[in-house]
Design a protein around this ligand. Sequence first.
Ligand SMILES: *Cc1c(COP(=O)(O)O)cnc(C)c1O
Length: 424
Amino acid sequence: MRLRDLPSVDELARQSDDPLAVEVARKVVTRAREQIQQGGDPGDLGAQLQAELTSARAPHLRRAINATGVIVHTNLGRAPLADAALDRVREIAQGYSNLEYDLTAGGRGSRQDHVADVLRRLTGADAALVVNNNAAAVMLALAALAEGREVLVSRGELIEIGDGFRIPDVLERSGATLHEVGTTNRTRAADYETAIGPETAVLLRVHQSNFRVVGFTAQPSLRELADVAHRHGLPLVDDLGSGALVDFSDEPTARASLAAGADLVCFSGDKLLGGPQAGIVVGRADLVEKLRRHPLQRALRADKLTLAALEGTLALVIDAPDEIPVLRMLRESPEVVRARAARLAELVGGEVEETIAKAGGGALPLTELPSFACAVEEELAVKLRTGDPPVIAVVRDGRTLLDCRTLTDAEADEAAAAIAAARP
Ligand SMILES: *Cc1c(COP(=O)(O)O)cnc(C)c1O
């Protein structure tokens, strides 16, 4: 094709009655002109117009199938929600609700009241507050309790959690000043004790979520830290990160942290809790009230969809934890996972491969969950990833592994169909 044979943008756009046709035709013609100038052949412009229109109409945020074996996968949306939680979202989002309306008094109520009771019951706390995510929870706690004053943190806990979220930066943004104590590998209760001065407002403990320090190490227990803080009339804030509500492996629970003396505990809604993205703060009523009254609370608070999903998830924590997908995946027996992998392997002519799944989300970095994958040809990985729905697998030793711990039975069937479609 020569330049003068190119259709005009309008001519090409007339092949479709889609309102986006002119914009998309301009892109197709521009690209074709460049290809001709470089000596190439632009091909069938009408077909390109249709393909570009289809992709422009497709949602950009899409469901994906997680065959990586990383349960709380931050890049893949962390925690899938339980059906009961989704039902609550649909019910509340569909119409009006008592989000900030007190049905008994017939007047203004607080959005923070809906999940406070169940959080108190699950953690033993006096009070609770929910904000957008755990980074917001930590920031709000420090802003409300330590703005313009000092926060003591161990040098072993000045961590980066992911995507540049660093404790020292959050602390600075909250308006508090960081006072480092101890060393990277060893910090003692006495280090905090000697660092406390007239400017000290809070002792902060940060759970070493996504790494462990091993070897010549020392860390005060939470109870020792709480004793130091309370002797000086200061609050101890514990950033738990993952915040398990159900005992799992060596991950500390919010209840245990409060029982050991933490005054406020902050944790994520969409890590080991298995709910929506949220930051949950539980603890002493007077401190939670300070957070609630701080101007940042208004900017950081959770929306009604989050609160609905969280209430739905928290109800299951008590009654039916295995209906929460994250908890089911964490606790499912290796035999069940193996059976799923065997069925998938049979459907696609793959091989069952023993492997290791991970909790992810910066939780339990040393915990290896025994798992089983279905192994297929290496070259399928890209096609699976770019297919519909996308299937995200792991390439290892020249093969594509689909870890079956992070698949439901229905997703294993979808993965089988995707593999069949990806093969030449
Ligand atoms: C994950 C994590 C956070 C951040 O939580 P988000 O809910 O992702 O904002 C903060 N602190 C710790 C220790 C974490 O592990």
